[in-house]
Design a protein around this ligand. Structure first.
Ligand SMILES: OC[C@H]1O[C@](O)(CO)[C@@H](O)[C@@H]1O
Length: 531
């Protein structure tokens, strides 16, 4: 039975997601405000991209540095404290900026904190939550990301009516509320029990497990079993050194590593951030002329994003990870196709000198409305399928010894791809207009195929059980492997009564003869009933 306290400890650090989302949505509306564009002397498309992308460059470095130097050394809690402090400083600098250089510098610092937090918070959550609700707990992170985006859009809509630089300084400064809230919250959070065991601080780990799972009772069988599993796995891993970056990328762990990187890669390749960073421009392209109506459409788009992420969060452990990814790719691909085709077929290109974009005039108002509708439909598909999975899946498939480094690389992938998108999408919107959406259509279809062929299902499995799915000699063609595509546990044991997985073979696999596999148990039950 999962106790309520776990939800609290898993969800409280999600204000980090709020800050991340606010960041993501931070430039979208601002870039369309004449108050901002004239203050910075009408920046070119490339400069607009550079301002947006500066956060992502910082975040890319921040997530890698955190994985390489901080996560294991400082621990999860102190790293989050540090990240939120850096983030806050960055926000203050950008809100006070008087020239593009200061704005960009502030946003890079802001991003360093963001990259650090984003990887650390999801890792902390995956280490604190039991498997039955792990997906759901980490998904809450994405809900906060989306909520942050929503708040940013609407604040910008509101402040766009203010004259002068407060129109954009205010939304930038308000972001600090989320980072300060996270900082304060983390003072009261326990350290990750897995990290404590890794540092030979078992007594403290036991206390934390008891606090999180059993109202402080260290003798609770569930708590004892959890500790036994963590200790067994970590002591095994201590005798078997963590994989090097070479091993991760090209050696023994490469299959997991590339699958993990792939999830973040494909999630970005959906094209979601074309919309999150620049939807205002897209709405202008689709025929919504005035700044305020496109800012309003953007705000509504944020609502769609949020509403459709909740079912994803709630049912994530039921629906699993594989099928939502496959179906989502197809749904988003079709939407992108319709957007691109209608722009090409019904739009007359016109150049907008304020935003420096190629927009379209639509004599056929229905075509323009259909495009806008399909932007919303696309966003809904993303939200209900791919939104949460990119954060849930990678830390789930990695073993403990590789988790710090590997998760930082998967998170860095998000920032890396989004950096380039942020930088060049304004230019691409001006130069290749509707063709941009056809490129994303193709990528969406492709990701469905890749996931179907190669990605194992991680829902309902312990972090330790996942190792089994990546054991040597198992086919990489996941769709042919029934164990790898099934939702749910691979081994049968009763954690409530203290039954733990503690025996591993040379390769770190749970020894099969020590635990009964679910299939055997199911077989035995069916057999028993037949008799
Ligand atoms: O919900 C949209 C947001 O979610 C992310 O994909 C992260 O999962 C961001 O890159 C994006 O801006």
């Amino acid at each position: 039975m999962v106790r309520k306290a776990v939800y609290f400890y898993g969800i409280a650090p999600c204000t980090g997601g709020l800050a991340f989302g606010y960041d993501t949505g931070s430039m979208s509306g601002i870039l369309a405000m004449p108050q901002f564009l004239t203050y910075f002397k009408n920046p070119s498309n490339f400069r607009q991209g550079g301002i947006t992308a500066s956060i992502l460059a910082g975040a890319f470095a921040g997530s890698l540095l955190t994985g390489a130097f901080l996560a294991d050394r400082l621990g999860r809690k102190r790293t989050i404290l540090l990240g939120s402090a850096i983030f806050t400083i960055g926000c203050a600098i950008s809100a006070a900026a008087n020239n593009i250089e200061a704005l960009v510098a502030g946003r890079v610092i802001n991003g360093l904190g963001n990259g650090c937090l984003t990887m650390m918070v999801t890792m902390y959550q995956s280490e604190i939550a039991p498997r039955e609700i792990r997906g759901r707990i980490i998904s809450v992170f994405q809900c906060f990301v989306n909520f942050g985006i929503l708040i940013a859009f609407w604040i910008q809509f509101g402040t766009s009516h203010i004259n002068g630089s407060a129109a954009w300084r205010l939304p930038m400064g308000l972001q600090m509320i989320a980072t300060v809230a996270l900082h304060v919250t983390m003072w009261f959070m326990p350290e990750s029990p897995r990290w404590l065991v890794q540092k030979d601080r078992q007594e403290e780990a036991l206390q934390v497990l008891a606090q999180v799972h059993a109202g402080g009772d260290i003798n609770d069988p569930y708590v004892q079993a959890e500790l036994a599993e963590i200790v067994a796995k970590l002591s095994f891993e201590k005798n078997h050194p963590p994989p090097s970056y070479f091993d991760l990328l090209l050696g023994s762990q490469r299959r997991r590593m590339w699958i993990g990187i792939g999830v973040q890669f494909w999630q970005s390749m959906t094209g979601i951030n074309v919309i999150m960073y620049y939807a205002v421009f897209l709405f202008q392209q689709a025929g919504l002329g005035a700044t305020s109506s496109s800012l309003l459409a953007n705000g509504l788009q944020g609502v769609v994003l949020n509403v459709f992420t909740y079912p994803n969060m709630y049912y994530m452990d039921k629906w699993g990870r594989r099928w939502p990814m496959v179906i989502g790719g197809v749904g988003m691909g079709i939407s992108m196709m319709i957007i691109g085709v209608l722009m090409k077929a019904y739009g007359d290109p016109v150049f907008d000198s304020l935003t420096q974009k190629t927009n379209f005039d639509f004599t056929n108002a229905a075509a323009s409305r259909t495009i806008i509708a399909f932007v919303y439909i696309y966003v809904a598909w993303f939200a209900i399928t791919w939104a949460c999975v990119a954060w849930v899946y990678p830390p789930e498939i990695f073993s403990m010894s590789m988790r710090g480094r590997a998760t930082s690389m998967t998170t860095a992938t998000n920032w890396f791809i989004n950096f380039w998108f942020a930088l060049y999408i304004p230019t691409a919107m001006a130069k290749i207009s509707w063709k941009l959406y056809m490129i994303f259509m193709a990528l969406c279809y492709l990701m469905s195929v890749v996931v179907y062929l190669f990605y194992p299902e991680s829902a309902g499995k312990t972090l330790e059980e996942m190792d089994f799915l990546f054991s040597k000699g198992r086919s990489v063609w996941t769709f042919l492997d029934p164990e790898a595509t099934r939702i749910g546990a691979l081994f049968q044991r009763d954690l409530e009564h203290g039954e733990a997985l503690t025996v591993f073979d040379e390769d770190g696999m749970v020894l099969k003869d020590k635990v009964r596999q679910v299939e055997d148990v199911v077989d035995a039950n069916v057999h028993g009933e037949e008799k």
